[in-house]
Design a protein around this ligand. Structure first.
Ligand code: SF4
Ligand code: SF4
Length: 412
């Protein structure tokens, strides 16, 4: 459970919190209201991933760990918690865009968009934000959810290192591991405007006269590192490094499409699958993917088909295509407790709320996330957890009120 009702509610009980609770889990007892720990916010399957400052991580990986999650005002502190076992539903989402109508207004539509889909596994009562600013705890087909993306600084040292890594990964070559230093040596041939603009990002640039015959050649970037960057994805790197990596990889291998969007082709299917989910670190949202059928090349048959991603810079929404209950057994559910914001971002840039809706409603500040409960009110953890035993709740509350001589003044 994440929320606890504490001493200031005793004998006040004005019920302001009750109406806003999406799962009706706040209940009245003789002298206090109590939150049912079994019902209070539960959200996602353990395998769902969320955006953190250390890469995209699953809820299971982050259990009980403080982290920083992506909100509409940047990365904010959060704590990932496990909740009770519950059945989950599969929410299928399709990218949608704002379109002008012929009457001068705008509307959201998935028209002309690829068959790209994202599936999120959540509890059926999870609290979602909708594109119109409302919240819902009963998401259904046809509704639209906002997307979120990071706005990384692109002037930092970590960004520079990420770009160089991305350039090596996309278009560089591994040369050797030096025996004495143990460092891996890579080369990146710098051709064309998109790559050449990163020339100064390299500590060393050689100039090979034999390559000068190629138009647009501005040098060969030399990269030394402690690992083979050609094989390494920066999965747990920080935000700016990942953003740099994506920018570098796109500069090397991407094709700019209209309005600043990109198409990226690769036979590294695992790397593309990762990029599809993390693109919002670089301010992009993946809205299309596909596979090319031809594996014939001038040099023979490719070992793996080329896949591609379409990465959009324009504002993206997610249209709910279906919400399907699953046959599987109930499973542990997880959520991120994000003080004040009550929101975070899932893989692919799906922006979602979590609860905490009751907290700001309380006129006497009696409601706290469990981890933020003032120490002096620790006994209320036991009282809230006694939910299901009204006698125990009434008795524990009376004992506490007598012992601490609670005399809350009535609300004016
Ligand atoms: S946090 Fe949300 S679900 Fe939990 S008691 Fe408050 S309003 Fe209800
Ligand atoms: S809003 Fe606060 S004081 Fe009122 S019933 Fe809820 S917890 Fe108690």
């Amino acid at each position: 459970m994440t929320y606890i009702i504490a001493e200031p509610c005793i004998d006040i009980k004005d019920r302001s919190c009750v109406d806003v609770c999406p799962v009706d889990c706040i209940h009245e007892f003789e002298r206090i209201l109590i939150i049912d720990p079994e019902e209070c916010i539960d959200c996602f399957a353990s395998t769902e991933q969320l955006f953190t400052t250390q890469g995209l991580r699953t809820f299971a990986e982050l259990e009980d760990q403080p982290c920083r999650v992506l909100t509409d005002t940047g990365f904010k502190p959060a704590l990932v918690k496990r909740f009770r076992r519950k059945p989950v539903v599969a929410v299928e989402l399709a990218p949608a865009f704002e379109e002008r109508t012929r009457y001068g207004g705008t509307r959201l539509t998935t028209r002309n968009i690829s068959r790209f889909r994202r599936t999120v596994w959540a509890t059926s009562t999870h609290s979602w934000f909708l594109a119109d600013g409302e919240r819902t705890d009963s998401l259904s087909s046809g509704q639209f959810i906002p997307s979120m993306r990071a706005q990384p600084r692109r002037d930092s040292e970590t960004y520079r290192l990420g770009v160089v890594h991305g350039l090596v990964f996309g278009d560089g070559s591994w040369n050797k591991q030096e025996i004495r230093s143990g460092e891996h040596l890579h080369y990146v041939q710098l051709y064309g405007e998109r790559v050449a603009k990163f020339r100064d990002f390299f500590d060393q640039v050689n100039f090979s006269p034999s390559l000068d015959v190629h138009p647009g050649y501005v040098g060969t970037g030399v990269v030394r590192s402690c690992a083979n960057l050609k094989r390494l994805l920066p999965e747990t790197a920080d935000v700016e490094y990942i953003a740099g990596f994506i920018d570098g990889w796109l500069a090397a291998d991407g094709d700019p499409v209209r309005a600043g969007s990109w198409r990226l082709r690769s036979i590294d299917h695992e790397a593309l699958a990762w990029l599809e989910a993390v693109a919002p670190y670089a301010g992009l949202v993946t809205v299309g993917s596909g596979e090319e059928s031809s594996v014939e090349t001038n040099f023979g048959v490719r070992s793996r088909p080329i896949r591609w991603l379409y990465l959009a810079t324009r504002e993206v929404f997610w249209r709910v295509m279906s919400v399907e209950p699953q046959e599987a057994d109930a499973e542990n559910t997880f959520c991120a407790v994000v003080p004040e914001k009550h929101a975070f971002t899932l893989a692919g840039g799906v922006y979602t709320g979590n609860c905490g809706a009751c907290e700001p409603e309380c006129p006497v500040e009696a409601i706290f996330p469990e981890d933020a409960l003032p120490d002096k009110w620790e006994p209320f953890v036991k009282i809230n957890y006694a939910y299901g035993d009204p006698e125990a709740i009434n008795q524990l509350t009376n004992e506490y009120a007598t012992e601490h001589n609670v005399q809350n003044p009535p609300l004016e």
